[in-house]
Design a protein around this ligand. Structure first.
Ligand code: NI
Length: 151
């Protein structure tokens, strides 16, 4: 377990499309353990593998509903709309309003390669959408209005 350095906007790594995870092995588990340590240390709600320099489709969400590891996640359904403030550990000191679906349904694998389906709404759904965007090289600042500086 270790805290990894979070790559900042401007680095090309954040703009690449990530590859699917194919091996559910020790390397993946180490990555996921480190991502958990890192997102908690940084007091974030989520983190995607490319933010720590790994171009694989893996994200974590640390929300009220619990801590989730989502490997090879993909949307099955998106419903409704919500607009609210969003920030990103790769875009320090800024936040902006982003429109997202209010509810999402996704399919994903856990760290052992087992498939699951998950439904989320509200902030959890927002977190999932934000993190999944990272896997395709999309940052919230591409979608946000009224980006402002925050402490
Ligand atoms: Ni982010």
């Amino acid at each position: 377990m270790a805290i990894r350095k979070v790559i900042q906007v401007g680095d090309e790594v954040l703009r690449k499309k990530c590859f699917p995870v194919e091996k559910f092995d020790q390397n993946l588990w180490q990555l996921l353990d480190d991502m958990k340590d890192t997102v908690r240390y940084e007091e974030g709600a989520g983190l995607a593998a490319p933010q720590v320099g790994v171009l694989r489709r893996a994200v974590v969400c640390d929300v009220e509903e619990g801590f989730f590891e989502l490997i090879n996640p993909r949307f099955l359904k998106q419903k409704g709309e919500q607009t609210g403030p969003e920030g990103c550990l790769s875009v320090r000191g800024r936040q902006g309003n982003v429109s997202r679906p209010y509810k999402v349904k996704i399919a994903y694998s856990d760290r052992f390669g087992e498939e699951h389906v998950l439904e989320a709404k509200g902030f959890f759904a927002r977190c999932i959408c934000h993190e999944l965007d990272h896997l395709d090289g999309i940052l919230y600042i591409d979608k946000a209005t009224d980006i402002e500086t925050v402490r």
